[in-house]
Design a protein around this ligand. Structure first.
Ligand SMILES: Nc1nc2c(ncn2[C@@H]2O[C@H](COP(=O)(O)OP(=O)(O)OP(=O)(O)O)[C@@H](O)[C@H]2O)c(=O)[nH]1
Length: 250
């Protein structure tokens, strides 16, 4: 059984800030958002967690191994260095979407994302002493994306193909298994999953092939932290390449 600890990261009152005193230059907002993501990735990653940029104003992190003190330090450090602050909600559950639901409620219960009165919320429960089997990470990759798309199509049409595959996978994994799948660049999607069988991964791959015409393969890892599970998933994906298979477990 898995015990996934997820953190919702939400920039406080960001919408109003982007237009106060008047709309801010778009590339300045993009710079802030990508630097914030980079700082979060470094902080969370150095403690063996994973963070995903999702919509940039809201991000999701797999934080097994990070406790309340780590989260408070992250908030303090961001608050000291950015013109915005962040609220953090944390949840733990066997099913990733349930952990995120709990994490989200902690933040939502404290007030609106666009409230000047709500700032630096830190709420939720933490999973202490995360064990080897607590996290499952699945690393999906498009088969021969370079040969099929990158070397043949323009970047925009390639992007459409990859995004359609992503859209199909993220919805299927969410609805069938409560798993959370995130596009991480190139042709790669990383999913935080409950315990799933080889057949269940094959079904997901078949679904995306039928619905979006995109052929995926996947490596699956387990560990006490996202890094441990994720590095196992990457090695398993290499095994897929070597063996010519579509699903491998580390
Ligand atoms: N985020 C992330 N991106 C990766 C990783 N490995 C490859 N990529 C991205 O994926 C793109 C395509 O690389 P590959 O997936 O190795 O190439 P491919 O043509 O699909 O070949 P096969 O996967 O062997 O079928 C690269 O340009 C990178 O952007 C990874 O571990 N993480």
């Amino acid at each position: 059984m898995t015990a996934t600890q997820l953190t919702l990261i939400q920039i406080d009152n960001y919408g109003p800030w982007t237009v106060t005193p008047e709309p801010r230059r778009e590339m300045d907002l993009q710079t802030l958002q990508s630097r914030l993501f980079a700082d979060l990735a470094q902080f969370v990653g150095s403690r063996d967690g994973y963070v995903f940029f999702t919509r940039f104003d809201n991000m999701v992190a797999a934080t097994n191994g990070l406790d309340r003190t780590d989260h408070a330090l992250l908030q303090e450090s961001i608050g000291n260095r950015y013109p915005v602050t962040i609220s953090l909600g944390v949840g733990v559950d066997e099913v990733p979407i349930e952990a995120l639901e709990t994490a989200t409620e902690r933040v939502q219960d404290a007030g609106s994302a666009q409230s000047a009165d709500r700032a630096e919320v830190l709420g939720g429960e933490f999973h202490e002493d995360s064990g080897d089997g607590d996290l499952r990470i699945a690393h999906f990759d498009v088969n021969d994306a370079t040969g099929k798309y990158t070397d043949r199509l323009n970047e925009f049409d390639t992007f459409i193909e990859i995004e359609q595959g992503y859209a199909s996978l993220m919805r299927y994994m969410r609805e069938a298994h409560g798993a959370l799948s995130f596009f991480v660049g190139g042709d790669n999607i990383i999913a935080i999953c409950p315990d799933l069988s080889v057949e269940e991964y094959h079904d997901a791959i078949d679904h995306v092939a039928e619905e979006a015409g995109v052929q995926l393969k996947v490596g699956v890892g387990r560990g006490a932290t996202a890094h441990e599970a994720g590095i196992g998933a990457k090695h398993a994906l290499e095994d897929c390449r070597y063996e010519g298979t579509l699903v491998e477990f580390a």
